[in-house]
Design a protein around this ligand. Structure first.
Ligand code: AMP
Length: 395
């Protein structure tokens, strides 16, 4: 696996695909610069080697050129995070851009305009990728968030750099962390899968059964498993058409010697609202008019015991409706247990969509071993897929 550490960037222009798809407020200010911070180590290494950086990214889903999606809005934020005045060019291909790149000196950083102002980017257009490839001596992919897309700047471009392409340090760390969980893990291995629906996690569950010793299934998925086994789930979220699948998963887990842990009790509410009346109920006896919105105390005790025994922990998806304060306790308790296990030496990886939001919201970010930056990309890796953006560098 070639990374930026295999190259000396002195007098070289690095063309870096970053993921600066950051949230902006109504004044077009960056409200969360995590993604910029994540790309910083790669940029700094290249500048310290004596090279320069050409940064390319997408922002949002523009239809053609849309001013509100211009990357000019983030120039100040990137300048602040990187500590170098960032230059900006109002296009991402063509002569003006090529001139700006030619004038770029060692130690300088140039940000290109939103790649998605061209439909060719997401279409994976080869001619567009070739034009982009003129903008650097070395191609560096550091955008995990889009590594599962075969777009021009994330995948197709790599063929124009047969020997001068590599992973940035963020992408390398993402790959190593997932590999540590899936292939080089210290046993026992635990996966905690929460979130809303079985249907969106099914391929992950199937792939992960070959890799783990314990699987905690929580969140809204709980009720499909409980109802499939004959329990009453009341008004809880439940996918009736996935009940057979749930039973199959339980059978497969048994055959593979994977211990499955499902909540035994829940905090149920009489409405999907933070102000609803609540009671703790046996997960198999939820009456009509009530729905399970968080794991109950007995379940949390069980989960904590399992977490404590494990040396490798993967966490994807919240245990309850954590966006509402009254149903966030299960997710917080799980986060605390994983933080404790990490302190005692376990390797913990959190990733995939909402669990990252939960981890940040409740301040566990620096108490777990690694927080993945890519939601969809991480889920696809957990499903056992090879991501096109990663494959293109390895080729
Ligand atoms: P996912 O994107 O699949 O990880 O799902 C995350 C969402 O699952 C969050 O918005 C949670 O509010 C939701 N969720 C977790 N537990 C439940 C539950 N018991 N009932 C309904 N939604 C839930």
């Amino acid at each position: 696996m070639k990374t930026i550490n295999d190259f000396n960037f002195e007098n070289k222009k690095a063309l870096i695909r970053v993921d600066f798809n950051v949230p902006l407020n109504e004044q077009f200010e960056v409200t969360d610069d995590t993604r910029i911070e994540s790309a910083k180590p790669t940029i700094i290494k290249i500048l310290e080697d004596g090279g320069s950086c050409v940064l390319m990214s997408h922002l949002g889903r523009p239809k053609g050129v849309e001013e509100k999606f211009s990357l000019k809005h983030i120039v100040d934020a990137v300048t602040r995070v990187i500590g170098v005045q960032v230059k900006f060019v109002e296009d991402c291909i063509g002569t003006t851009v090529e001139e700006a790149v030619a004038n770029l000196e060692n130690g300088e950083v140039l940000l290109l305009e939103n790649l998605r102002f061209y439909a060719e980017e997401t279409a994976g257009d080869i001619a567009f990728a070739e034009k982009l490839s003129k903008l650097g001596d070395v191609y560096v992919n550091d955008a995990f968030g889009t590594a599962h897309r075969a777009h021009a700047s994330t995948t197709i471009i790599a063929q124009f750099f047969p020997t001068t392409k590599c992973f940035g340090s963020l992408l390398a760390k993402e790959i190593e962390s997932i590999d540590k969980v899936l292939n080089n893990s210290e046993k026992p291995v635990l996966a905690v899968l929460g979130g809303a629906k079985v249907s969106s996690k099914i391929t992950v569950i199937e792939n992960i059964l070959d890799k783990v010793d314990h699987l905690i299934i929580g969140g809204g998925m709980t009720f499909t498993f409980v109802k499939a086994q004959g329990g009453s789930v009341g008004d809880s979220i439940c996918e009736d058409d996935k009940m057979d699948l749930a039973l199959e998963i339980l059978e497969k887990a048994k055959a593979k010697n994977v211990q499955i842990h499902i909540p035994v009790d829940v905090l149920a509410a009489d409405a999907f609202s933070n102000d609803a009346n609540t009671q703790v109920l046996d997960v198999t006896q939820i009456p009509e008019g009530w729905q399970g919105l968080d794991a109950g105390p007995k379940s949390l005790k069980n989960f904590k015991n399992v977490v404590n025994q494990c040396k490798t922990i993967l966490w994807n998806g919240p245990l309850g409706v954590f966006e509402m304060e009254n149903f966030a306790k299960g997710t917080i308790a799980l986060g605390n247990a994983i933080a404790e296990a990490t302190e005692k030496g376990a390797f913990s990886l959190v990733g995939g969509g909402d669990s990252v939001a939960a981890v940040k919201q409740f301040g566990f970010g620096d108490k777990v071993s690694y927080v993945s930056t890519g939601g969809g990309a991480m889920l696809e890796m957990l499903e056992g897929k090879t991501l096109p953006g990663i494959e293109a560098i390895l080729k």
